[in-house]
Design a protein around this ligand. Structure first.
Ligand code: BG6
Length: 488
């Protein structure tokens, strides 16, 4: 049955909307993946007419999927002709009535409609916006006529209690089935591949446990600072900004057991199970840091406390490293060492599975002992997977040499890799929830970090300083050493 699709972006003049959401919608349009008919409507406080809005959107659209460059301007114009804009206050339901009028006008008579409300707004607006949408009569499903979905971006609360409150409040407007909580890392190609890598290959599963694996490292590093987002960042910090969500999701997909099938509920059941087995982090298991001013790549970089909008006595961590323990049969005793930081000396995200040493080294007399094998899943920047193996170094003597089997996405997959938002928005349109965070999963993830966040903040623990462009605070090295290893 033909249906109309209406996508409503609340906060349409902001960075996320203009740089990620609209370009992703346009990419789907170019690939003919948006259902017909469809229309988009932006809503935000900034006063502007629809032409100015379209001009603003156009600056960020690219034709990556259009082979013939000459077709591009016409395609952009066709897409933009479906985009509308309403200026309004987020908490005034009268303003949403004007939005409702535009939606009604755009949606073709007689067709049923799916409306997707995308919250591209700061978290403190989630509740007022939801209530105003409800008061304006926009959130009620009408059987066979109108279905509504809401897409919500992290951070979902600041700890377990505030996250539960948010979940409860939102549930009075959109049911759990209608709610899509986005963690954009789950839309990244290499992260989606984790399930295929682990469960579509026979060789890994027998090794994937405490018997063969010594530890797992999950690294997330950026060599930039807070880049104009100090207001948001200072209120949240690196643990809430990336660890509780992006890193825990990577951990869950690495550590979970095989789901019964790809049914979204079964996948999320397994993630919840493993997240519930993670012991809450304690102060002994974590190190926090904050970058200070330094010269990096020939440029003077400001310290976190000098960034505009950061209070001079802020104790917000820009770096954290933690040792997580999973209390189940597969992983008992195996540390998952995770670290995340801004203002470091590299930009990379990866999962590194470090296997145990080979027992009874028979090469001892002729060579240095074999290094442990490592499987590295490189999420970015150079997406790929590599497995280090020991081999005989060519030559007369028997000596061992560590080499990598390397699968580089750029070499093996010539096709354009979709942006995470393209993949996730298409899933919302298709009603597929596998890559979205379920309420119980969110609660389990908060349980891992809530106690330690509360201790760090109530005891006013000052993060250890590290210079911008370094490897992070020295105490992170000591944390890894506690587990007889070092960060790779
Ligand atoms: C966001 C964080 O979720 O992810 C940012 O709020 C971070 O602090 C960003 O910079 C990184 O995303 P990506 O896709 O560039 O790795």
């Amino acid at each position: 049955m033909k249906q109309h699709l209406s996508i409503i972006i609340i906060g349409a003049s902001g960075d996320l909307a203009t740089k990620k959401i609209f370009p992703a919608l346009f990419a789907l349009y170019c690939r003919k993946l948006l259902p017909e008919p469809f229309s988009c409507c932006g809503f935000a406080r900034t006063a502007m007419d629809v032409d100015t809005f379209r001009e603003m959107l156009k600056r960020h659209l690219t034709c990556r999927y259009v082979p013939d460059e000459e077709e591009c301007p016409a395609l952009m114009d066709k897409f933009l002709a479906r985009c509308f804009y309403v200026t309004g206050q987020y908490d005034l339901h009268e303003d949403y009535k004007r939005l409702a009028d535009i939606l009604d006008k755009n949606e073709k008579d007689g067709l049923s409609v799916t409306r997707i409300f995308y919250y591209s707004i700061p978290p403190f607006l989630f509740i007022p916006v939801s209530h105003s949408l409800k008061q304006a009569g926009l959130t009620t499903d009408i059987a066979d006529k109108r279905l509504n979905r809401a897409v919500i971006e992290k951070p979902f609360g600041r700890n377990r209690a505030s996250s539960d409150r948010l979940t409860r409040e939102l549930a009075t407007v959109f049911s759990e089935a209608q709610t899509y909580r986005i963690d954009h890392y789950l839309g990244k190609e290499v992260i989606q591949n984790l399930m295929a890598l682990r469960f579509a290959n026979l060789v890994l599963e027998p090794l994937w446990n405490r018997v063969n694996i010594a530890h797992v490292q999950i690294t997330w590093m950026e060599d930039i600072g807070v880049e104009g987002r100090a207001g948001y960042f200072d209120a949240y910090g690196i643990i809430r900004d990336v660890m509780q969500n992006h890193l825990l999701q990577m951990l869950a997909l690495t550590a979970m057991s095989e789901p019964l099938s790809l049914n979204p509920e079964y996948v999320r059941d397994e993630k919840v199970k493993v997240l519930r087995s993670v012991a809450p982090v304690t102060l002994n298991d974590i190190v926090v840091g904050q970058y200070t001013g330094a010269e990096y790549k020939g440029e003077k970089r400001r310290g976190y406390l000098e960034e505009d909008g950061v209070p001079p006595d802020s104790i917000t961590p820009t770096y954290a490293a933690a040792a997580l323990k999973i209390r189940n049969r597969r992983w008992d005793g195996i540390p998952f060492l995770i670290r995340a930081g801004k203002g470091l000396n590299d930009r990379k995200t990866e999962i590194r599975v470090v296997f145990r040493d080979v027992p009874a080294n028979i090469f001892g007399a002729v060579s240095t002992p074999p290094d442990a094998n490592e499987l590295v899943i490189r999420v970015q920047p150079d997406a790929g997977i590599s497995l280090s193996l020991m081999n005989k170094k060519p030559g007369l003597p028997m000596s061992l040499h560590k080499t990598d089997l390397n699968l580089s996405y750029a070499d093996v997959f010539p096709e354009e890799i979709p942006d995470a938002y393209e993949s996730l928005i298409l899933d919302v349109i298709n009603g597929d929830k596998s890559l979205f965070i379920r309420a119980d999963e969110l609660a389990a993830a908060w349980d891992v970090f809530t106690p330690v966040l509360s201790e760090l903040e109530s005891c006013t623990i000052r993060p250890q300083e590290y210079p911008f462009g370094s490897e992070g605070p020295r105490s992170a090295v000591a944390l890894a050493a506690l587990y007889n290893t070092h960060w790779r």
